[in-house]
Design a protein around this ligand. Structure first.
Ligand code: FES
Length: 169
């Protein structure tokens, strides 16, 4: 039989250290996960959302496309609806523009003003954008409309997260 015996003091030390460490890990893990979760998501490359638009149906005329997806915030799931103005440009590229005005966030419409044909018009303060999404100088917006990254899967248009407009040089 071993002569090494654990004293009462050692036993309490081991037990309290073990329990304390376990509790600390339980509290720290959610905090660490919360802190690094956005980084992990960014590395995953972002999600593309399916629209109901067939790529073959996209014309040169900007068309409004509404699409929705489920958004999970902690334990709460909600249905989010977004929209995009989609067309093919002269180079044959698919352009999908965010409708959110870069002035104060109203929603723009293609051919929304009779006086300014073939432009995106923001009714809130008269903002104007060219077909590419470039803001017209002299109107309130100071930046082009954002554009969605696009993907085609099985003939259907998928849209990513809006980013600075890559079609405006
Ligand atoms: S919000 Fe669009 S012009 Fe002001």
């Amino acid at each position: 039989m071993s002569k090494h015996r654990v004293s009462r003091r050692q036993f309490l030390n081991y037990t309290l250290t073990g329990v304390g460490g376990f509790m600390a890990a339980g509290m720290l893990m959610p905090m660490v996960r919360f802190a690094i979760d956005p980084v992990l998501k960014a590395e995953a490359g972002g999600d593309f959302i399916a629209t109901k638009l067939k790529v073959a149906d996209i014309t040169n005329e900007p068309t409004r496309v509404d699409f929705s997806y489920e958004q999970v915030d902690a334990w709460y799931t909600s249905e989010v609806t977004n929209s995009a103005w989609v067309y093919k440009n002269e180079a044959g590229e698919i352009v999908a523009l965010s409708p959110v005005c870069k002035h104060l966030g109203c929603v723009v419409n293609w051919n929304g003003s009779e006086n300014d044909p073939n432009m995106f018009y923001c009714p809130c303060h008269g903002g104007l954008y060219e077909k590419s999404g470039k803001n017209v100088p002299g109107t309130p917006p100071t930046a082009p409309l954002d554009s969605y990254p696009t993907q085609e899967k099985d003939g259907i248009l998928y849209l990513g997260t809006p980013e600075p407009n890559k079609f405006v040089k």
